[in-house]
Design a protein around this ligand. Structure first.
Ligand code: DGJ
Length: 547
């Protein structure tokens, strides 16, 4: 049985009752259409320590003719995963992919009467959308209408058929652990659809139960939406009720209901955890990002309208990594990152998301590119306008491989500590040292992980620490013992007890884990413990006492 459940202060994925986290990679969009092509990708993923791949499965390939299904490709992908002892999260590319309808079958794309397009300009099925208010150019844009119940029903029938296939093919072995429903939903180019049907819906009354739900869930809302909901009259048309926020709330209501139609049809057949991924709003105005999609500011709306969705997932290419993770976890949503950038924080972010957020999934997008120079699109996505050189440098492949294998080797222990204060982490990206008055890096005050009896301070700059993009997690075993796993960091242990302010080491050893079992290597002392450091990826086992 695969579930998402509470463990301590976190929501965790469990497989037959045991916590499990996905050390994953998402493949490029077209790769999983060919199992033959995938052979080398699986091997690479396995060698990188991954336990799961996120793989697109498209409506156009699984229902090429209406009512005729073909699941031979996902069937082969499942066999490939099993042969390597790995898992899959399938990404259902149905009505939406990057806020467009690229993966709908031909019979859907071509029947514009039965499956109408969204209009962002009245009367037009395809119109230019402006990328930014300051740029005079537009790009041609079309997508399926979120108001079309017939489209939602057709997508739901196909998704239910896919989930039935999964139940029959994999219900016993549980190779597939979750499904992402659609991909980056929402509307680009306008805050809402503007067809005649959309105008009529916008001018009709806001459903009373929806409004009542929002009014009862204002605690966690972002300020402007809370104000709009608190000031809303108890009935009326969308613009009268929600004022300036009406278009965004209207789009989120309809997109999330559409997704719920699809997700609930699939869940009724086979109840796997279901996720939705998100193209972030980056603080932009509605229409500049896929409006109505599961951006964190409208999670309360998605909670109300799409109860079959278990987790909201940010696709993170922006430099503000911690801000996004904090936003997505602030309401108790587990951290599931299906797409992350492959610059040189990539490996450290794995350590950090596991150690700090007790993440359910960390997955670089297009992971087979790790180590290669950035393509133009990658440069655009995460290399532009940033001053931090680490964001402009590709992740080193062998380092990623070492970190991936290291975290995977510790997975049973780490998963066991999920939801507790025994597992903490720091990273150079999120916890830089606070510089001293003279700005010298040597006098800077490093950030600390504080446990009951001890605290671990970690610096990511200084002698012998070259890259400046390190991370370190600490797994407490008991009051006097812990494991540290990290790279690019210097480490200082201190007592956290006022009554016993001193701490000395009893044992420091390097080593490795195999399936959670510790194999000691060198016992460290003398020069090696005078200044404890993990320059290359590695694990330390430390025992100490306070006095
Ligand atoms: C986000 C999408 O969800 C992915 O499928 C892929 O298109 C990436 N963007 C490309 O960077």
């Amino acid at each position: 049985m695969i579930r998402i459940e509470n463990k301590g202060n976190k929501r965790v994925l469990t497989v037959d009752g045991t916590p499990f986290f996905l050390l994953a990679g998402e493949v490029h969009n077209s790769d999983s259409s060919s199992p033959a092509y995938m052979e080398k990708i699986w091997d690479l993923a396995d060698s990188m320590g991954m336990n799961t791949l996120l793989l697109p499965v498209s409506w156009e390939m699984t229902e090429p003719e209406e009512g005729h299904f073909d699941f031979s490709v996902p069937e082969k992908l499942i066999s490939q995963a099993r042969a390597r002892g790995m898992h899959i999260v399938f990404l259902w590319f149905g009505s939406w992919k990057n806020a467009e309808c690229m993966y709908a079958p031909a019979w859907v794309k071509q029947d514009l009467r039965r499956f109408p397009r969204a209009q962002i300009e009245k009367g037009k099925d395809k119109a230019d959308r402006r990328i930014s208010p300051s740029l005079p150019v537009g790009v041609p844009y079309t997508t399926l209408s979120y108001l079309a119940e017939e489209t939602a029903r057709a997508d739901a029938r196909a998704f239910a058929a896919f989930m039935k296939f999964l139940r029959d093919a994999d219900g016993q072995e549980q190779t597939v652990l979750a499904v992402q429903v659609e991909n980056e939903t929402g509307l680009l180019g306008a805050g809402r659809e503007v067809s005649d049907a959309a105008d009529a819906a916008f001018a009709s009354p806001v459903p009373a139960d929806f409004l009542a739900y929002l009014k009862g869930h204002t605690d966690t809302m972002v300020d402007d939406l809370r104000a709009a909901v608190e000031n809303a009259p108890d009935c009326g048309a969308w613009p009268q009720v929600f004022g300036d926020a009406a278009e965004e709330i209207f789009s989120a209501y309809h997109v999330s209901r559409f997704v719920e139609t699809v997700a609930s049809a699939g869940k009724a057949v086979y109840s796997l955890p279901m996720a939705v991924n998100c193209w972030l709003d980056k603080g932009g105005a509605p229409g500049t990002y896929p409006t109505g999609g599961p951006v964190s500011r409208v999670h309360e709306i998605w909670d109300c309208c799409a109860p079959s969705i278990d987790v909201y997932c940010p696709d993170i290419y922006v430099p503000q990594f911690k801000e996004v993770c904090d936003e997505y976890t602030r309401r108790g949503n587990p951290l599931f990152i299906p797409e992350a950038a492959t610059h040189s924080y990539c490996a450290s972010r794995m350590i950090y998301t596991v150690g700090h957020y007790h993440a359910m999934c960390y997955s670089p997008f297009g992971f087979d590119d790790i180590g290669k120079p950035f393509t133009a699109i990658q440069g655009f996505l995460f290399g532009m306008d940033v001053t931090d050189p680490a964001l402009k440098t590709p992740q080193d492949l062998s380092e990623y491989r070492e970190v991936g294998r290291m975290i995977r080797s510790m997975a049973p222990l780490l998963a066991e500590a999920y939801g507790s204060g025994r597992l903490q982490a720091l990273s150079a990206e999120t916890d830089p040292a606070i510089p001293g008055a003279d700005r010298s890096p040597y006098l800077a005050k490093p950030a600390s992980m504080v446990f009951d009896r001890f605290c671990v301070s970690v610096s990511f700059q200084g002698p012998g620490i070259s890259a400046g993009n390190g991370a370190c997690l600490c797994l407490q075993v008991n009051e006097q013992e812990c494991y540290l796993a990290g790279k690019g960091c210097g480490i200082i242990f201190r007592s956290a007890l006022e009554t016993q302010p001193n701490l000395d080491f009893l044992l420091v050893e390097e080593g490795t884990f195999t399936d959670g079992k510790w194999h000691p290597g060198r016992r460290l002392n003398g020069d090696e413990t005078a200044r404890l450091a993990l320059e290359a990826p590695g694990i330390l086992h430390v025992r100490f006492f306070t006095y």
